[in-house]
Every structure is written in C-alpha cells, then in structure tokens.
Ligand binder design. Structure first.
Ligand SMILES: [Zn+2]
Length: 370
C-alpha cells in the first residue's frame, strides 16, 4: 500500500510532507514522490504517526486482563486500536500466584495467533513486589518478596515474554533481584520509594524506569529525598499518567522539563471501566466507583485510570506541549523503554507498519497495523 500526501512523523521527531510505501507489514520506503504499482491511500495532508504504545494498562470496556478469555482480550485490543494504540502490555496486579501465572500463560498463548486489534507485546507484572504503605489499589494480602513469589515460574508461563516488572526498592532483596533479572526484563521502581539510599542502590543495580511517576510514591520534598529525586538523578524513563486526574497539569509540565521529552512515557494505567459509563465496578478483587470518569475505591484512593492514550496526548497538546513531543512520549519513548525500538515506535524504513492517521484536531482517522 502507498500512502500519499501525509505529514509523516519521521524518526527525527518532526513532521514532513512525504509518501510512504508499506510492503508485507513493514515500512518499505519513505520519499518525496514514490511511484509504485500498489493500492494508493490519499492521506489528504493529515498527520501520519507511529501507533501509540501503552506499556501499562489493566483493561477496558468491562474486561480486566487478569481474567480475559482470548476472545475478550481481542475485544479489548480492538478498542485500543480504535483509539490509535497499536501495541500494549497487559498489566497484572498483586494476586494469588496461580492467578498471575494463569494470566501470563494466556497472554503468551494469545501472542502466538494472529488476532484483530492492537498487538500484545508482552507482559507487565505490576504486583506483587510492592511496599504496603504505597500499595495503591493492590491488595495487601497478595504483596510478596522475590523470595516468597518466584518470578521464574511466571516467566516460564509467559514463555519469556515478561517485558517490565514493578519493584518497590524497599522490598527485601530488591537490589539483588535487579541484578539477577535485568537482562530478562526491565525493572521499574514504584509503589514505594521512601528510602532514598535503597532507590539509588536499585538504579545502580540496573533498574531503568519508574512506575507512574508521582503516584504511589512519596511526593517531592525539598530536603528529604525519595524515589523521585533518585529517578531524576539516574536519568531513567518515567511513566506518567497524563489524564489530568492522577497528576496535576502543572506537575506534568514540570516532570517533562525535569526528565526530558526523550524519557517520559505516556501511560493510562487504564482499568476495565475505561470506555464504560460511570458506576460501580471492581478491580483486583475490590469494589470501586467511577464518578465523572474518576475511579476511586471506598477508601477514596485512585484505583487506576479511565482515560485513553489519545485523550492523554490531546491533553498534553492542550497544555502547550508540541504535537511532536506529545507523540514522541506516546510512541518512541515507550518503545525505547521496554526495548522494542528495533521494530516499534518510529516511522522508518524496515520498521513495522503500525501507523495512525490523525486529523488536525488530533482525532483518529485511520489505523493500520503490521
Ligand atoms: Zn497499574
């Protein structure tokens, strides 16, 4: 297929008026005026960007990925793709070992057969290595340490497809865990971080990321250091929920200046109420209520997001971030963070043809995936 007359978001993170040729699901050529004996799509000057990559999401349209059948997961994947997301990591919560193991197995199985909707790129394990004081919506009784909850069995069930694990730096054996597993998957510090020395130790051991920066960790104090200070100093990737609920707009803008447009990864942390009406739901086995799109449990704590990647990108642009930077933080950065940038996250020759056409108001007009 030949896409003509598009404002292509190039690998240099700028828009250029180009044609783009797709062959066998890959980007075959990008040029001024490509002539090919192929089906032609006229983009009519719209933005052509890489598909969004959501590296932290728990579900949507009534389905929690911990429990979905393959067909249900496909429905969720189709919902994401309509929103411009072409890849994502289904994300588990703290739960009994067998449940996490079964979910990991289902994701690995799902990845083997061609399905409609966004690609599942692997698994994000958010629980159970969390600090009880910063557990957020995760159930206390299922929190664990690397010793009491062996990741090897989960990785085996996932057929090696674990891409990210969240680890609170204060969890017993945290730094040793980072050293032992950093070649297998990325380690994202979060749901903890009140012991600055332990944060530094875990980053020095090889942790490369922070889980939903600002949420479920101590806030920045101007004298007492914690995870945010250590992450800033280490220059790591930072997930950021840009839904205007989890983090205030001005703090989002501050974080982008602090960490840089090459390190912030837009995520939704979406729960299964995403794409559904306000009402009563449950997450990780506990009830919560959604009012005006804000999901809180009965203790008044946020339980996750109900926004979409597109809404987050639109928010950033409405707050003064350039379209170029907002797109980068939702595509190239997450691909870099989880180590899939050889095929995903950028428009370049040889990359997977996961593409989204956005109109000038940043609404999705069309989505293609490899
Ligand atoms: Zn989460």
């Amino acid at each position: 297929m030949l896409i003509k007359n598009a404002l292509v978001y190039t690998k240099d993170f700028i828009f250029e008026n180009k044609d783009l040729l797709v062959k066998d699901g890959k980007i075959a050529e990008i040029g001024e005026s490509i002539a090919a004996d192929d089906e032609v799509f006229d983009a009519q000057g719209a933005y052509l960007i890489p598909g969004f990559i959501n590296i932290h999401v728990h579900g949507a349209i009534g389905y929690d990925v911990m429990e979905t059948t393959p067909d249900e997961l496909e429905e969720v994947s189709k919902f994401f793709m309509n929103d411009g997301v072409t890849s994502y990591l289904p994300t588990t919560v703290a739960a009994p070992y067998e449940e996490v193991e079964a979910a990991a197995k289902r994701f690995a199985e799902y990845m083997k057969s061609p399905r409609e909707g966004a690609h599942v790129l692997g698994v994000n394990i958010e629980g159970p290595y969390l600090n009880v004081n910063f557990r957020g919506a995760h159930a206390t009784q299922y929190l664990a340490t690397p010793e009491s909850f062996s990741i090897d069995g989960i990785q085996k069930a996932a057929e090696g497809q674990i891409k990210v694990i969240t680890l609170a730096p204060e969890v017993e054996g945290a730094a040793a865990f980072v050293k032992a597993y950093k070649e297998q998957f990325k380690i994202s510090l979060g749901h903890g971080g009140d012991d600055y020395e332990k944060c530094v130790e875990a980053f020095e051991a090889g942790a490369t990321q922070v889980t939903h920066l600002f949420n479920t960790m101590p806030p920045i104090h101007h004298r007492n250091r914690g995870l945010i200070h250590a992450a800033f100093e280490a220059g790591v990737y930072a997930e950021l929920i840009c839904d205007n609920v989890h983090v205030d707009k001005s703090v989002v803008l501050m974080a982008i200046k602090m960490f840089g447009t090459d390190k912030i990864c837009v995520i939704t942390d979406g729960v299964h109420a995403t794409g559904r009406k306000d009402g009563r739901y449950s997450f990780a086995g506990a009830p919560f209520t959604v009012v005006n799109g804000v999901a809180k449990n009965d203790d008044g704590n946020l339980v996750g997001g109900t926004s979409t990647m597109l809404q987050c990108v639109q928010n950033l642009v409405s707050w003064g971030i350039s379209i170029e930077d907002a797109v980068r933080m939702a595509t190239a950065n997450p691909a870099d963070a989880i180590g899939v940038s050889d095929v995903k996250g950028r428009i370049d020759v040889g990359m997977d043809a996961d593409l989204v056409l956005l109109d000038k108001a940043l609404n999705v007009k069309k989505v293609w995936k490899k």
